[in-house]
Design a protein around this ligand. Sequence first.
Ligand code: PRT
Ligand code: ZN
Length: 285
Amino acid sequence: MENLKLAIQKSGRLYQGSVELLEKCGLSFEKSNNKLKASVGNFPIEFFFLRDDDIPKYVAKGVADIGIVGENELVEKNVETSLIKKLGFSKCRLSIAIPKSENYTDLNYLQNKKIATSYPVLLKKFLDEKEIKAEIHTISGSVEIAPSIGLADAICDLVSSGSTLLHNGLKEVEPIFYSEAVLVANNLLNAEKKAILDKLLFRIEAVQKAKNTKYILLNAPNSAIGKISEILPGLSSPTIMPLANKDWSSIHAVVEENDFWDLIENLKEAGAKDILVSPVEKMIV
Ligand code: PRT
Ligand code: ZN
C-alpha cells in the first residue's frame, strides 16, 4: 500500500501544534534531530520535516501529498493546492504597524509611504483593494526594526500577542489577514491517497469536535429531571439512570464548553447535585 506523504514544519511555531494534533489522531513517530523523514507504525503515512516556507511549494509539486502550514504562508506563496481544513492553532494576524508617536487617522495615512514586509503578495493585494499607493519593501526577517533604522515608514508583519510591536515602539493600525494552521493537499491525489486522507480527516474532525466539549455527570431528584433535561443541550437526549435511592437519578450528557459556566449555574438552580465534568477525548457522531 502506498504511503501518504505529510509535510510538517521541522521546528518553529507550527511544530508543536502539528505534532499534538497528529498524536491525538493516533499517529506517533520517532523523531531524531536531523532526520528529514519519519514513518508511522500503524497508519500508511510518512512525515517530512521541512521549513514552513517550502511546504506550499512541495505540496503543489507533489513532493509531499499534504502539509500543515500557516494560511499566511500558503496564500503568500500563491501556488496551486487545495486548502482542506483550518486546524485552529498557531493563530495570528498579518497587520500594518507604524511608530507609536505617529498620528494615524485612516488608511490614507499610508499613501506614498514605504512599508517593509516579508509578505509582499498579501500586502499588495490589500493595498490594491483599498486603492492605496505605497512602496512595498520586501525583507526576509527582523521586519519590526525597519522603521527605527530608517528603512521604512511602516511595517506589515505577523502579530500574536503584540509584544514585539510594543518592544519596538510600534503600534498596530490595520490587521489585513487573519491566519491559523491549515491542512493543505496536492490537487491531483490518486484514489488510494485520497482514501488515506479521508481516514485522517475523519480522525482530525473527531479530535476537533471533542476539543470544545465536556462530558457532564450529575445527580438529581426525579422531580427535577424534566427541568434539567430541558437545560442540557446534549448531542442527543441525556442519559438518565436510576440511583440506589429510588427518588434520585444520575444524568449524563455531552455539552459545549463555551456556555459551560452558565449551564452549571442553571443546573444547580434546577436541583442538580454532585456535578462531575470531564474532558472528551474523541467524538464520533
Ligand atoms: O524555520 P522556518 O522557516 O520553518 O520557520 P519561521 O521562522 O519562518 O516561522 P515561525 O516558526 O516563526 O512561524 C511559522 C508560522 O507560525 C507562521 O507562518 C504563522 O502562520 C504562525 N505564527 C503564529 C507566527 C506567529 N504566530 C508569530 N507571532 N509566526 C510568526 N510570529 C512572529 C512575528 O513574525 C513577530 O516577529 O512573532 C513575532 C510577533 O509575536 P508577538 O507575540 O510579539 O505579537
Ligand atoms: Zn519560515
